[in-house]
Ligand binder design. Structure first.
Ligand SMILES: *Cc1c(COP(=O)(O)O)cnc(C)c1O
Length: 417
């Protein structure tokens, strides 16, 4: 097989049906941004939205904005906008709070439902190598509930095997944050239901990166963030999905006034809304919430099948170029080599991973590092080009060939990796 050239990649860019979407983002000069899996890029319209919300709405219309600009229904309106991206219907999603807090809500709701249906079941199946906040949140909730529940940790293939009729809830992340490996949502959810358990899926690394089919898979609850592939801005509020059949029945314990059936009746006692609004707790960060509309709008207009296809091709291209151009540099691909099994990122391991990533960042190729030895590069198909991938590997090769990573400044650890 002949080696790929930069011209080959230029040709791929010319034929890329998504190439024009990149124009909707403001990316800095001399930067190859391969970290959309951690913080999405800034849409150009974000600035207009910020001006509108801060200067016009907050500045001029002040408190009238709650009605005038419909601030109060933003969580539901954004949820309806997001719903088609995750295979949900209108009225099943709200955008609110953080992923961790939303996970606390849905895990509580699922456990409380099972307390009625199957009170003897105390097991929660989770993946030990999942992004820690999911497991920490479950551990905190278990303590709060008097230490009666038990987390059964399983990894990848083992997961379906530990699901049986002693399990209350199966709570998993669809795309692994570190390796990018995809779990089979359909098969695992089927097994979960066949055993009488409830399913919760975390979509942090899938929403906006690939088509997700929550209702086709009959998923019960889901959460996910908007600041990664949905380009909502740093710390933008997360989403929460509750299947219609659970609404009004599965209740979450952060019972603030926004989840009340009649928030403006200011009653003494809590009565839950009988719809998705019950998943809300209290007053939302309206500026940040309003900003998420901009990124969502771009994703909703993009064809998710094309986004998926392109991100798979970018990942395959990276893996091939790495083998062709850095074959003797001791990199080990940790992600599945089969693009069908892989999300929108590629993880490679190297003993000196931290320093190598620091050297790459200094050269304008932005990825990230996850302990102990993993370099992650994300391929957000909305704004990463094929030539970006070519140039990134070219820079990596230079860093390796010339031992640039050995410079002391690349070996000092920062707080955020
Ligand atoms: C990014 C990510 C989170 C983030 O949670 P926050 O509450 O926003 O800090 C949670 N879970 C997974 C799997 C993630 O990848």
């Amino acid at each position: 097989m002949t080696q790929l050239t930069r011209q080959d990649c230029e040709r791929l860019d010319q034929d890329d049906a998504l190439a024009a979407v990149r124009q909707e983002f403001d990316l800095p000069e001399n930067t190859i941004y391969l970290n959309g899996n951690s913080l999405g890029a800034m849409p150009k319209k974000a600035l207009d939205q910020a001006r509108q919300t801060v200067i016009n709405e907050w500045g001029q219309d002040l408190i009238k904005s709650w009605n005038l600009h419909d601030w109060f229904s933003l969580p539901q309106r954004l949820g309806d906008q997001l719903a088609p991206l995750i295979g949900a219907d209108a009225g099943e999603v709200v955008v609110t709070d953080s992923t961790g807090i939303n996970l606390f809500k849905v895990l509580s709701a699922a456990l409380m439902s099972q307390q009625q249906a199957h009170p003897q079941r105390k097991k929660i199946v989770m993946e030990g190598s999942n992004f820690p906040t999911d497991n920490y949140t479950a551990q905190g909730l278990i303590k709060l509930l008097g230490d009666q529940h038990e987390i059964v940790f399983a990894e990848g293939e083992e997961i379906v095997e530990v699901i049986d009729d002693s399990v209350a809830v199966v709570c998993l992340t669809q795309v692994h944050y570190k390796t990018g490996r995809i779990l089979d949502m359909q098969a695992i959810t089927e097994k979960t239901h066949a055993c009488g358990a409830l399913s919760i899926w975390d979509l942090c690394h899938s929403a906006g990166a690939m088509p997700v089919e929550l209702n086709a898979c009959r998923v019960d609850f889901a959460v996910g963030c908007t600041y990664k592939y949905l380009n909502g801005g740093p710390g933008s509020p997360a989403f929460i999905f509750t299947a219609k059949r659970h609404q009004g029945k599965a209740l979450q314990p952060l019972t603030g006034w926004w989840g009340h059936a009649a928030p403006f009746a200011f009653e003494r006692d809590y009565t839950p809304a009988d719809n998705i609004s019950q998943m809300l707790s209290g007053t939302q960060p309206i500026v940040s919430l309003a900003m998420t509309a901009v990124g969502l709008d771009i994703s909703v207009r993009a064809d998710m099948q094309l986004v998926r296809q392109k991100s798979q091709q970018l990942g395959d291209l990276f893996i091939r170029l790495l083998a062709e151009r850095c074959g003797d540099c001791q990199f080990r691909v940790v992600s599945p080599l089969d693009a069908a099994q892989r999300g929108s990122q590629v993880a490679i391991a190297h003993e000196h991973g931290y320093a190598i990533m620091q050297a790459m960042i200094a050269r304008g190729v932005i990825g990230d590092f996850r302990a102990p030895d993993i370099l992650r590069v994300g391929f957000s198909a909305l704004y990463v080009s094929y030539t970006d991938v070519y140039d990134a590997v070219d820079i990596l090769r230079d860093i390796m060939d010339n031992d640039i990573w050995q410079q002391p400044e690349y070996n000092r650890r920062h707080a955020v990796t």
